[in-house]
Design a protein around this ligand. Sequence first.
Ligand SMILES: Nc1ncnc2c1ncn2[C@@H]1O[C@H](COP(=O)(O)OP(=O)(O)OP(=O)(O)O)[C@@H](O)[C@H]1O
Ligand SMILES: [Mg+2]
Length: 225
Amino acid sequence: MLGGPGTGKTILAAQFLYKGLSEYGENGVFVSLDESKNHFYPEMMKFGWDFKKAEDEGKFAFIDATRLSRVAILKEKMMREETSSLRGKQLQIDKLIEELQEKMQKIGAKRVVLDTLASLFYRFMDPIERRTAAVDVIESLSDLGATTIVTTELSYLGLERNLMDEEFLVHGVIMMQTLFSGGTTTRAMQVEKMRGAGVNPNLVPYTIDRNGLEIFPAMSVFRER
Ligand SMILES: Nc1ncnc2c1ncn2[C@@H]1O[C@H](COP(=O)(O)OP(=O)(O)OP(=O)(O)O)[C@@H](O)[C@H]1O
Ligand SMILES: [Mg+2]
């Protein structure tokens, strides 16, 4: 899932997990690079999604990986050897995947979210190192046998953009964006790829309100004159 800041990536990912555990009996794990539990839980309660209760009932686990995020790195004025060497960076990611595997087994998780890949890869300056890390993480996630959503950031706005390496590795790509036209803004998403499934190829509008994210597949964002 790709999208610019504030497009609703975290909300949609959380909604996917909450629907899973509340309506489909599918437990879930949220791996957070950007927000701590203390921030995430009350924020999601605004939509009526009680992740604390789900956690207490053994249906949900939250992994706080904010120590690996860009904010944590920016805070560390001098990068220690552990975080600056390639080996060190890979080890930290391996540990995270291990922790995820443990939590998944413990609660029998069928759904996983990693929010965001961009924050996890922030430390890999070298494009080749970054690509290798991306292949590793996406492969290990697909080996876990759950349905996994990874979010990432889209810095290039507009309909034309460069494809990122990650997009070739995953089964599906959903792009979320905010369109500006005639003084109004419209939220819209598009399924760019979904292996093995016939999908609506159109740019489809969506809204965010106190119930979460709602998609309007029958509506077009391009108004006819
Ligand atoms: N109750 C609500 N009603 C309407 N809009 C809301 C509501 N709650 C949140 N939003 C909107 O949701 C967006 C934030 O969603 P979210 O945090 O999922 O975005 P994001 O793509 O993860 O952003 P970031 O890149 O900052 O992590 C904001 O643009 C905010 O305006
Ligand atoms: Mg977010």
